[in-house]
Design a protein around this ligand. Structure first.
Ligand SMILES: Cc1cc2nc3c(=O)[nH]c(=O)nc-3n(C[C@H](O)[C@H](O)[C@H](O)COP(=O)(O)O)c2cc1C
Length: 252
């Protein structure tokens, strides 16, 4: 007999979906505290904790951020908007305290370290929020007008905004977005390049989902959506932001 292990954590993870509308109801401060404490317990590179989270709850400031992120109304509606930043400011202070100099602009790996720590922190926050029945949506749009966001949040050098996260009590469940088959993303021993049939299969399932979903239904395929995003530069000014904040990958 084969046992299938499905515990509460797995159930919650597998039920994930983003929510883009929220009730006019605050997020309990202790729940927010637990979310942040969960993030703080998560793995991170050399325990350097290369991330910071800025919480914005002020209505006017959320409104401004919603505009800066490309008029994303859900940011205004969410009672809490968290901005996840890659953060080497504390590293810079640690270097100063130890009589040495941080050299982040030299090594592109710094960027990988910072965004990996942020990714883990963001994912952990989503899972923790969902465990309380809260709804979330990450906001990459925080990089659309990054320099203005940096100014507004008072981010020092060595800190960049990577993603926002709306958190609130969800209004409506628009259902789960289908994913690629497991075979496309999970490889045993060596990478499988023969993904064409898997993408064809997904295009079919995805276009059916897009046509049939209750909100924002439309015609399209997954390869069309993805190729439209990645065939041009999506956010402008990232190189300028990186160099201004003394990160690698900028225009030096
Ligand atoms: C780093 C990151 C940035 C994202 N940025 C946005 C965004 O700016 N606006 C938005 O509506 N959704 C955003 N999303 C949400 C994705 O579109 C969503 O997670 C994806 O389509 C899968 O849908 P699901 O979360 O409902 O399963 C972002 C997700 C991630 C992980």
């Amino acid at each position: 007999m084969r046992f299938i292990i499905v515990n509460e954590v797995i159930k919650s993870l597998k039920a994930h979906r983003s929510f883009r509308s929220y009730q006019n109801k605050a997020v309990d401060e202790e729940q927010l505290n637990q979310i942040i404490q969960s993030v703080q317990a998560s793995p991170n590179w050399v325990n350097g904790q290369q991330y910071s989270i800025i919480a914005v709850k002020d209505e006017e400031r959320k409104k401004k951020l919603a505009e800066l992120c490309g008029n994303q109304k859900h940011i205004e509606e969410a009672p809490v908007f968290l901005i996840f930043c890659a953060d080497f400011y504390r590293t810079h202070l640690a270097c100063e305290m130890e009589g040495t100099t941080i050299n982040t602009t030299d090594d592109i790996d710094t960027l990988i370290v910072g965004v990996t720590d942020v990714g883990i922190a963001l994912g952990t926050a989503v899972t923790a929020a969902e465990s309380f029945g809260l709804g979330t949506v990450p906001i990459g749009g925080i990089r659309r007008n990054a320099l203005e966001v940096i100014e507004m949040l008072g981010l020092p050098e060595y800190v960049i905004p990577v993603s926002g996260l709306c958190i609130g009590h969800p209004v409506e469940d628009t259902g789960q977005k289908p994913r690629l088959l497991k075979e496309a993303v999970y490889h045993e021993e060596v990478y499988n390049r023969e993904q064409g049939p898997l993408l064809e299969e997904y295009n079919e399932r995805y276009s059916r989902y897009l046509q049939e979903r209750s909100k924002n239904n439309r015609v399209g395929t997954w390869t069309k959506v993805v190729s439209s995003f990645f065939s041009k530069r999506y956010y402008q000014g990232i190189a300028e932001m990186l160099s201004k904040q003394k990160f690698p990958g900028g225009r030096l």
